[in-house]
Design a protein around this ligand. Structure first.
Ligand SMILES: NC(=O)c1ccc[n+]([C@@H]2O[C@H](COP(=O)([O-])OP(=O)(O)OC[C@H]3O[C@@H](n4cnc5c(N)ncnc54)[C@H](O)[C@@H]3O)[C@@H](O)[C@H]2O)c1
Ligand SMILES: [Fe+2]
Length: 402
């Protein structure tokens, strides 16, 4: 990236960093059980909700405890269950029509990040009927208060239940992009480990690595606060202790609960301190090839950290110490190398590959342009890169074409 663009990016990031104390960040109220949801809705005078979820979760019966609790309390629920992984503008529009035609008064996002993000975007469209989701791309474009939103995560990864982001794919051009604004922070997050019990090992692994990526990208960026540093390091520690346990034994409810907590903390950290190029590249791959978000991040993370080089050594050492793989006496460079090696070892231990299939060489210029457009100037990354420089990551992770 040329020096003038670099200076412009850093100036933009400094302005946002200085604004942190005056921006309306908030944290959702946290509940620990689905059966506590009706009480909150009653307090708000809400008698009919739209539950946004996906087909698998609906068919598998996971919604039943929620439906039962709502019915017992006289609260009607309409279900939208067509959310796809990497949810689309089409999903959002159909769900929004349902919300309006059924006269719903509140939203429950029930599922992984895809369902919760879809619910958030429905809220944004209800609040802004004349503005499309692509027009809200970027920051601070939702502006208006959205309907009361409760998030029930069934994966321990995205942290969407506490973040100000929703990530949606435009079906017209396969462009996946975040919409970031304060009204999108859910009012209530239900961190109930029972909801993640059925998550299969591979999804437990990849979604957990997404949470680790949030913690690391938030921590190594240039816009941290004491709170976000603390949240990120606590999340990294919890993940290093609990992720492989939850992967090996899905019924280990202590590990499941700790992973939900970690995903929440990492989400809270990156809401204020942003993510980085790993996410920008992962989003471009999710939009174009539907590569699952956690998988893309897990595979990309070691390559992106390596590319940052000495710029992350000092902070990588803090993370390595939090994860128990370095101590105060470890040289910074060694700690950074050990952190990257540890991420690779975690991936290997949980069957996550080192490459991603399906990436086509001819798509790379467009994908890297999407990634650069998402990240620059917003993400306060340790080393700035333009679209041309970001291309390397697609080559790093693509399987050899024969
Ligand atoms: N808003 C944010 O702040 C934020 C942050 C990171 C990622 N995201 C987005 O979140 C999406 C990814 O979300 P995700 O990784 O949670 O996956 P997901 O929501 O796409 O779900 C993946 C699969 O897991 C299944 N699943 C979910 N919970 C299950 C359970 N308990 N048992 C069995 N199967 C279950 C789903 O049915 C689905 O098939 C991406 O679109 C990503 O961009 C958003
Ligand atoms: Fe993520």
């Amino acid at each position: 990236m040329n020096i003038i663009t670099k200076a412009a990016c850093r100036t933009f990031q400094t302005v946002l960093r200085l604004a942190i104390p005056i921006l309306p960040y908030r944290s959702p109220k946290v509940l620990s059980q689905v059966r506590d949801i009706p009480g909150v809705l009653k307090e708000k005078g809400i008698s009919h909700v739209l539950v946004v979820t996906d087909g698998f979760l609906h068919i598998s019966g996971m919604l039943e405890p929620l439906k039962k609790a709502l019915a017992e309390n006289g609260i009607r629920c309409t279900v939208y269950d067509e959310t796809v992984p990497n949810p689309t503008v089409w999903n959002v529009e159909i769900a929004r029509e349902r919300y309006i035609s059924e006269g719903c008064q509140g939203l429950i996002g029930f599922g992984g990040g895809s369902a919760i993000d879809c619910a958030k975007a429905v809220g944004a469209r209800v609040a802004r009927p004349r503005t499309t989701i692509p027009q809200m791309r970027g920051i601070l474009k939702v502006v208006k208060r959205i309907p009361f939103l409760i998030a029930v995560p069934t994966t321990a990864g995205t942290g969407s239940e506490t973040t100000l982001a929703t990530v949606i794919t435009d079906d017209k051009n396969d462009h996946k992009f975040p919409v970031n604004d304060f009204p999108l922070i859910p009012r209530v997050a239900v961190l109930d480990p029972e909801m993640t019990r059925s998550l299969p090992p591979h999804l437990t692994a990849t979604t957990g690595m997404d949470a680790l990526t949030h913690a690391i990208e938030a921590y190594i960026g240039g816009s941290t606060t004491r709170d976000t540093r603390e949240d990120a390091l606590t999340a990294a520690k919890l993940i290093s202790v609990n992720l492989e346990k939850a992967y090996r034994d899905g019924n280990d409810m202590e590990a499941r609960g700790n992973m939900l907590r970690a995903a929440f903390l990492a989400g809270r950290a990156f809401s204020k301190s942003y993510v980085g190029y790993c996410h920008a590249v992962a989003h471009s791959l999710g939009g174009k090839y539907h590569i699952p978000h956690g998988l893309a991040n897990a595979v990309l993370l070691p390559y992106v950290l390596e590319a940052y080089g000495p710029a992350i050594y000092r902070k990588a050492k803090d993370i390595a110490i939090a994860m128990g793989i370095a101590d105060a006496s470890t040289p910074e460079k060694t700690a950074a190398e050990d952190l990257i090696a540890q991420i690779r070892a975690m991936n290997r231990a949980m069957g996550i590959p080192t490459k991603l299939s399906g990436i086509r060489t001819e798509d790379i210029p467009q994908l890297s342009a999407f990634a650069a457009r998402e990240a620059n100037p917003l993400y306060p990354v340790p080393v700035l890169m333009d679209a041309g420089e970001l291309r390397r990551f697609y080559y790093d992770v693509m399987e050899e074409q024969v």
